[in-house]
Design a protein around this ligand. Sequence first.
Ligand code: PLP
Length: 405
Amino acid sequence: MKGIEERFARRVLGMKGSEIRRLFKMSMKPGVISFAGGLPDPQSFPSEEAAEVLHSLLRQDGKTLLQYGSARGDTRLIQIIQKRMHQRGIETEPEEILITAGAQQAMDLCARVLVDPGDTVLVESPSFIGALGAFRNYQARLAGLPMEQSGVRLESLIKVLKNLQAEAASPKYLYTIPNFHNPTGAIMSQEKRRKLLKIADEFDFLILEDDAYGDLWFELGQQEILPIKSLDKQQRVIYAGSFSKIISPGIRLGWAAGPKELIEKFEIARQVVDVCPNPLIQALVVRLAEDGYLNQHIGELRETYRLRRDAMLAALETYMPEGVCWTAPKGGFYIWVTLPEKLDASELFPKAVEKNVAYVIGQPFYPDESIKNTLRLSFSHEPEDMIEEGIRRLGEAVKEALTED
Ligand SMILES: Cc1ncc(COP(=O)(O)O)c(C=O)c1O
């Protein structure tokens, strides 16, 4: 009998468990201060509020909420999302919105519906590993575009586009995280957003805008993080949003907004994957939004995460040796650290775990996995005192690695 691996479809042969998961396991020991996962603060989850609301929803409407629901999503939730996007400058119709199982499903649907094997997808380098994995699953050819503090480097984009043009090819879409980028924490400048749209017009490609962290700004005005979609006159932008970082990732709820015909295809495609979004959970989010809890909660989260960001930046300043640099994000969850070139973040990892601190190595965030001396720190999960202690331990590990060399 043939081995099971020999029976796999060709398209899954390239799928591999991430290195991150392996390292993540190594760090799962008691006493480790973890800056690894992009995990929201568990203390912020609305367990009590959700328990009360779910209890009353099940009592009042259990027969409907425990039934299959609409594949498109709860119309009340769609209206809430439409209104929230309007407040961020995005005008959409309900037919242009699909409720998804988190923003991650929007990434999958986008590739599922748009990508043929070998198609080029432009991605920031580094970028969110979950999205890179979703695009790879459909055998996209990923073209990495270097990141800078003001977002993706447009000169590199134009160069890649011209090279593609020379091959008579064009990209299917460009994937970007303009607000509080994962993993670098960068914000794309408004000027760059406008220029990017212009380039997309000129070379005629779509933009997949992932705004998973767009509500979590700390000290900026909303104007500075207006989504690219708010500038989009041509239905060129597919927008992905999420409730994971502002309510809880376990509820698995997000959305995609884009051209009606595309959203219709997304809906058909999702029906054979997970049938419909969870009706009970959608009703919960509707209630949390309608009674004002959600907005108040987001205000509290901004404060919590701002303090944690500040604590991490201060600790990095205190404990990191010369030659290490890092970003100073204005929102979101992440700080991106660049070690001196001679250090390899994956070789440093076991030494850090020995000192009971963990992070995520930077290498898998690059589509070509070429850079070894970067790492991502998430300040969202640990309280301030743990952040300080964790960075102190990490600083020690870095100093020791530097002297060993
Ligand atoms: C940039 C980005 N997009 C999407 C996601 C996935 O979020 P969700 O839980 O909504 O699927 C994440 C999760 O960390 C993320 O960082």
